[in-house]
Write a protein that binds this ligand. Structure first.
Ligand SMILES: *Cc1c(COP(=O)(O)O)cnc(C)c1O
Length: 269
C-alpha cells in the first residue's frame, strides 16, 4: 500500500510540475534558472573560489500579483521591487502573504530616508540593495532597532559605477570605503551583504566586459584591502535580463532579472 501511495504521489507530482511549467512565467523562470546554472559552472576556478552560487532575484515591478504567485509556486523565493509604494502594497497583500509565506522582498529602487518606516514595516522584507548615504544607513538601522524583531536587515551599498550625473543613485566609488565602514561599524542592526550597481544596460558585450561591472569589482578589491575584509565576504549584486550571464561569469552573486521572467513592462504614460 505504501508503494501505491508513492506511485500515486509521484504521478501527482509529475503532473503538478507539468502544470506549473505550463504557465508562461514558470517556463521563463525555469529557463532563466537553467541559464544561471550554466553560467555559474562556466566561471573560471579563480572566480568560482571567490563567490557563492548566485541568488536570483525576480524583479516583479509593474507586474500583477498573479505572476508573483506563479513564480513562487514554481520555486522562486527572492523578489525585487523598485518603487516604495508598489513594494508596500505587494508586501502587505493578504493573498501574497498567504500563498507565498516564505517570500523574500528586496528593495532595489532608490529609497529616501523619509520612506524608511514604510519599507521596514513590510513583514517579509529581506534586503535593501540601495543604501547610498550614511544618513539612509543610520535611518534604516534605527528603524530596524525600533521594530525590535531581533533580526538584522541585509543591505547592499549601491555604487554609482558610471559616474554619470543623470543616474544620481549610488555612492561614488571613491566614497564607498567610508560608507561601508559606517555600515559595519555604526549600524549593528544591518548586515552588509556587499556592493550593488545598476550600470549601463545598453552595453555591447562584443566590445568587452561591462565597464560598470569592472568598476564594481575594483571597488570591492579596494574596500577589502583597506578594511581587511575577505572578498568572499563581500557579494556583488549586478546583472539584469540582458547581461546576467556575463555578470555571473565575472563574479556576480546576486542577479536581478525582470523582463526575461515576467515579460516586457508596460508603463502608463
Ligand atoms: C527593473 C530593474 C531590474 C530588472 O531589469 P530587467 O532588464 O527587466 O531584467 C534590475 N535591477 C533594477 C535596479 C531595476 O530597476
Amino acid at each position: 500500500m505504501a508503494m501505491d501511495t508513492l506511485v500515486c504521489n509521484l504521478q501527482e507530482r509529475k503532473q503538478m510540475l507539468r502544470m506549473m511549467a505550463d504557465t508562461e512565467v514558470a517556463k521563463a523562470l525555469l529557463s532563466v534558472i537553467e541559464r544561471v546554472n550554466v553560467a555559474t559552472k562556466a566561471r573560471s576556478p579563480e572566480i568560482a573560489a571567490l563567490c557563492r552560487q548566485p541568488r536570483l532575484v525576480a524583479v516583479s515591478k509593474t507586474k500583477p500579483k498573479d505572476m508573483i504567485i506563479e513564480a513562487y509556486s514554481a520555486g522562486q523565493r527572492h523578489f525585487g521591487e523598485n518603487y516604495v509604494q508598489e513594494l508596500v502594497e505587494k508586501g502587505h497583500d493578504e493573498e501574497i502573504i498567504e500563498k507565498c509565506p516564505e517570500i523574500k522582498w528586496h528593495m532595489i529602487g532608490h529609497l529616501q530616508s523619509n520612506k524608511v518606516n514604510k519599507v521596514i514595516g513590510i513583514p517579509n522584507l529581506d534586503c535593501v540593495e540601495t543604501v547610498d548615504t550614511a544618513k539612509l544607513a543610520t535611518t534604516l538601522n534605527n528603524a530596524v532597532q525600533k521594530r525590535g524583531l531581533d533580526k538584522k536587515l541585509k543591505v547592499f551599498v549601491q555604487v554609482n559605477t558610471s559616474g554619470e550625473e543623470r543616474k544620481k543613485s549610488g555612492v561614488h566609488p571613491d566614497n564607498v570605503n567610508e560608507l561601508v565602514g559606517h555600515v559595519t561599524k555604526n549600524c549593528p542592526h544591518l548586515t552588509l551583504l556587499g556592493l550593488m550597481t545598476i550600470g549601463a544596460f545598453d552595453h555591447d558585450l562584443s566590445q568587452g566586459p561591462n565597464p560598470d561591472f569592472q568598476t564594481l569589482l575594483k571597488t570591492r578589491a579596494a574596500v577589502c584591502e583597506t578594511q581587511c575584509i575577505e572578498p568572499q565576504d563581500v557579494e556583488l549584486s549586478m546583472g539584469m535580463s540582458n547581461d546576467f550571464e556575463h555578470a555571473i561569469l565575472i563574479g556576480s552573486t546576486n542577479v536581478r532579472v525582470g523582463s526575461t521572467i515576467f515579460g516586457a513592462r508596460n508603463y502608463k504614460k
